[in-house]
Write a new protein. Structure first.
Length: 358
């Protein structure tokens, strides 16, 4: 077996958002959050807003173009006060004045529209999306809260900050492989599926379920990824044989309700076919008799432009770092010059670079 640890490290670097997009993810949401905090007609409650979604979870891949955040308002979700549908409309009205307030007029168009549970803001000049989600949080953001469902005109339970905390706890327990697996699964979905993609939160829920129940994260990341896609496929393969329009009921990792209720049958079947391809390619890569063959199979899964054929320069850099007291190896096999902030690690022994990865 060729674990190709350095190749996967380089893959992770390639799929992460570039620095300028991360900077936009810091700057633009902060301006909108500040605007809403100070808005006189649309009243919010302290601490007013909090980031959620893939950005807050550190699971962003590719050219990050969207950030989600919650806006805390007063109300009683049981009595639908304020009315869920009306509250989304009032939030849109408040955000309609956003372009002029932030000075976007004249250099970058801003599109603002209502979504089912949020108001969507698209800043054309920066090609950046914001989903602004109002919520009623009786016990604060760190506890279960309620978000509006405009279609059903009611408030429904959610716990997005709790999911961020859950990922943090799992990372503390298992190390960097937790979020790395999440990024790899999302990139695999994006690369293999131009359309009909399952939602990121569904993938996150599946990731958490299998980390908690089936995966052995002491294995190299290549094996862990193969085991993840194989476990998800096996979990739902029985549904493929049914003649009805059955799709998975993916439970919310914290609240337990079905979060994939609107997954269409054809979209589900497409995802399963891609998973089946992925687990077959991964098996062939892990069973390969030579490194080049293993690389080619992984490139089918992740794309040759993302999964490097050569990592000689990276391997030389890592080998140069591997001196006693100067380099540390994390549980994921990643080498760094300082001890990782979370998860187990060991001090690297003296190493001589021979031009090949073990």
């Amino acid at each position: 077996m060729f674990p190709l640890t350095t190749h996967f490290d380089e893959l992770d670097k390639k799929i992460r958002p570039p620095k300028d997009r991360l900077q936009a993810a810091v700057e633009l949401p902060a301006k909108v959050r500040s605007y809403l905090k100070e808005h006189e007609q649309f009243e919010t409650l302290a601490p007013h807003t909090v980031l959620v979604g893939s950005y807050a979870q550190h699971l962003c891949v590719g050219d990050v173009k969207d950030v989600d955040f919650l806006v805390k308002v007063d109300g009683d979700p049981e009595d639908n006060v304020p009315e869920a549908k009306g509250l989304v409309l009032r939030l849109k009205e408040a955000l309609d004045a956003l372009p002029a307030a932030l000075g976007f007029d004249g250099f970058a168009g801003v599109d603002i529209e209502r979504a089912r549970r949020s108001v969507h803001v698209y800043i054309q000049g920066r090609d950046f999306h914001l989903d602004v989600v109002p919520c009623i949080a009786p016990d604060g953001f760190d506890s279960p809260l309620y978000v509006p469902d405009r279609g059903f005109d009611k408030w429904i339970p959610s716990h997005p900050v709790g999911f961020v905390s859950l990922l943090t706890d799992l990372t503390s327990e298992h190390g960097d492989k937790v979020r790395l697996l999440g990024r790899l699964l999302k990139h695999f979905r994006n690369y293999q599926m131009a359309t009909r993609r399952p939602k990121s939160y569904w993938l996150g829920a599946l990731l958490v379920h299998h980390i908690q129940n089936t995966l052995d994260l002491s294995q190299p990341i290549a094996v862990a990824f193969r085991d993840l896609v194989d476990a998800i496929y096996r979990q739902y393969a029985p549904l493929l044989g049914r003649t009805d329009d059955a799709t998975p009921n993916i439970p919310d990792p914290l609240l337990g309700h079905n979060i994939s209720w609107n997954w269409g049958r054809s979209q589900f079947e497409t995802f399963m076919h891609r998973l089946d391809d992925g687990r077959n390619w991964a098996n062939k890569a892990l069973d390969a008799d030579d490194r080049d063959t293993a690389v080619r199979w992984w490139q089918k899964a992740f794309g040759p432009e993302y999964f490097p054929a050569e990592v000689m320069d990276a391997a030389k850099t890592l080998a140069a770092m591997a001196a006693p007291g100067a380099a540390y190896v994390s549980g994921s096999g990643r080498i760094s010059a300082s001890r990782p902030s979370s998860g187990p690690s060991i001090v690297a022994p003296p190493t001589t670079f021979h031009g090949q990865e073990a």
